[in-house]
Design a protein around this ligand. Structure first.
Ligand code: OVM
Length: 398
C-alpha cells in the first residue's frame, strides 16, 4: 500500500522581506498552523516552523545535509559567496574532524579560564553606563563588551577590528537572498573580506588565544594549515555578531519585562537559565537551512532530494505546541531544549563563550543596577538571519 500523501500547503510569504523581518511572529504562527512543512513559492523552498520538525531535522544530519550551505544558496547548483565553512557547511566525516578541533579549544573548562579577565572588563563597561544613567544598550554595551573580550581571546591584532561586525553582518545576510539588505552590507565587501582573510593566517595571530590553538591542531596533524585558517575564519564569522545580538536581546527582554530583573536580582543563580530564555524568546539566529539528501516523507508530504529546507528556529522556540505561554519572558521556565543554538551535531560550538559573556555582563549589571527601563523607542536592525537592534535607549537606576 502506498504511503498516504497529504497536500503541501503553499504560503505567499517572503521571510526576508522588511515586513517579515520587522515582525516575524504572525508569519511564524501562520506557517506553524498551515502544517508541519509548507512550500514558499517565492524562493521555491520548503519550510518548517513547528518545534518538533525543526528539532528533528536539525538532529537528522544524514537526511538534512549542511554541505550544500546553511543558507538559501544550494552549493550543489550555485556558487557560494566565499569558500564554504568546513564546520558549519560540512557533514561527517569532515565535520566530525573539524568539530573535534574546536570542541577541544572551546570546551567549558578552557573557557572558564577567561572568566576573571572578562569580569574586570564587564565591571569597567558597566561603571561607565551607571555613571551616565541613560545610554544606548547597543552602542555603549552590547557592541562594546564582546568587542573588548572576544578579539583578544582569539588573539587578533588591535587595528582593523572595526571590520569584525560588518563581516558578521555580511555573512548572516548572505544566508538569505541577494536582496537590498544583502547588497547594502556588501558595499565595502572587498575591504572587509581582505582584512578578515589576512587575520586568519598563522603569523597574524598572537601566540596565545584560540587562533594559535587552532594552528597547534594543524601542527599536531589533525587539520591542514589551510583548514586552520578556515576555522579561524569561522570564529571571526560566528563569534561576534551573535553575542552582540544575544546581549542586546537580553537587555531588550529585561527592559520589556522589568519584573524579571527583580526575580534575577533576588536569585542571581538564575542567570544561566535567564540567558537560555532570552535565546528562546529573542533568538539572535532566526533561521538556518538544510538540503535534503534523499526523498524524505514528512507527515505524508514528500520533500524530494536536493531541496532547500528553511528551519525557523525562532518559530520553534515560540511554538505553543511545545511551550506554555510561548511569548512570555519567564526566566524561571525550563527553556532548555530550545533550538536557538541549534540541535544535534552542529549545535553552537561557541555557546560556552557566549554563555560566559552573557553571564559575566549580566552579573556586573546585577551588582550595580536595581531597575532597567526603556528611555525611548528601540530601533530595529534588519538582517536576513539575525534579529536585533541598531539602537536601544535605556535608563538604569542604581
Ligand atoms: C562558520 C559559521 C559558523 C556558524 C555560524 C556562522 C555566519 C558561520 O563556520 O563560518 O554564521
Amino acid at each position: 500500500m502506498a504511503v498516504q500523501q497529504n497536500k503541501l500547503p503553499e504560503l505567499d510569504i517572503d521571510p526576508f522581506s522588511t515586513e517579515f523581518l520587522t515582525d516575524p511572529y504572525p508569519f511564524h504562527a501562520q506557517m506553524r498552523d498551515a502544517g508541519p512543512v509548507v512550500w514558499l513559492p517565492k524562493y521555491e523552498i520548503y519550510a518548517m516552523a513547528r518545534f518538533d520538525e525543526v528539532d528533528a531535522s536539525l538532529r537528522d544530519w544524514e537526511t538534512y545535509s549542511s554541505a550544500a550551505g546553511g543558507g538559501l544558496t544550494n552549493f550543489n547548483k550555485e556558487e557560494p559567496w566565499r569558500k564554504p565553512s568546513i564546520i558549519l557547511e560540512a557533514d561527517p566525516p569532515l565535520h566530525t574532524r573539524t568539530r573535534g578541533v574546536l570542541n577541544k579549544i572551546l570546551n567549558r573548562a578552557a573557557i572558564e579560564k577567561l572568566r576573571a579577565g572578562f569580569e574586570t572588563i564587564a565591571d569597567e563597561v558597566v561603571e561607565q553606563i551607571v555613571q551616565k544613567g541613560t545610554f544606548d544598550g547597543i552602542k555603549e554595551l552590547a557592541e562594546v563588551f564582546p568587542l573588548r573580550v572576544f578579539p583578544d581571546a582569539v588573539g587578533l591584532r588591535k587595528d582593523g577590528r572595526e571590520n569584525l561586525l560588518p563581516y558578521g553582518n555580511m555573512a548572516f545576510n548572505a544566508f538569505g537572498p541577494r536582496n537590498a539588505l544583502f547588497e547594502e552590507s556588501f558595499k565595502k565587501a572587498n575591504e572587509v573580506m581582505g582584512w578578515i582573510l589576512a587575520q586568519c593566517s598563522r603569523d597574524a595571530l598572537s601566540p596565545e588565544g584560540f587562533g594559535a590553538q587552532i594552528y597547534a591542531a594543524a601542527d599536531d596533524g589533525d587539520i591542514s594549515e589551510e583548514e586552520a585558517g578556515l576555522l579561524v575564519r569561522s570564529l571571526l564569522t560566528a563569534g561576534l555578531d551573535t553575542t552582540v545580538y544575544g546581549i542586546a536581546n537580553a537587555l531588550f527582554s529585561f527592559a520589556s519585562f522589568p519584573d524579571q530583573w527583580q526575580v534575577l536580582r533576588n536569585d542571581p543563580k538564575l542567570i544561566r537559565g535567564a540567558f537560555d530564555e532570552v535565546i528562546r524568546l529573542q533568538s539572535p539566529v532566526q533561521t538556518f537551512f538544510r538540503t535534503t539528501t534523499r526523498d524524505v516523507d514528512v507527515d505524508g508530504i514528500t520533500i524530494p532530494k536536493n531541496n532547500k529546507v528553511i528551519l525557523f528556529l525562532a518559530s520553534g522556540n515560540r511554538d505553543p505546541r511545545k511551550w506554555e505561554n510561548p511569548d512570555e519572558f519567564d526566566i524561571q521556565r525550563r527553556a532548555v531544549g530550545h533550538v536557538g543554538f541549534g540541535a544535534g551535531i552542529h549545535i553552537c560550538v561557541g555557546q560556552m563563550i557566549a554563555r560566559l559573556e552573557s553571564e559575566v555582563i549580566l552579573n556586573a549589571l546585577l551588582k550595580r543596577v536595581r531597575h532597567i527601563e526603556f528611555n525611548g523607542s528601540p530601533e530595529r536592525k534588519l538582517n536576513n538571519t539575525l534579529r536585533g537592534f541598531n539602537s536601544l535607549p535605556l535608563k538604569i537606576f542604581e
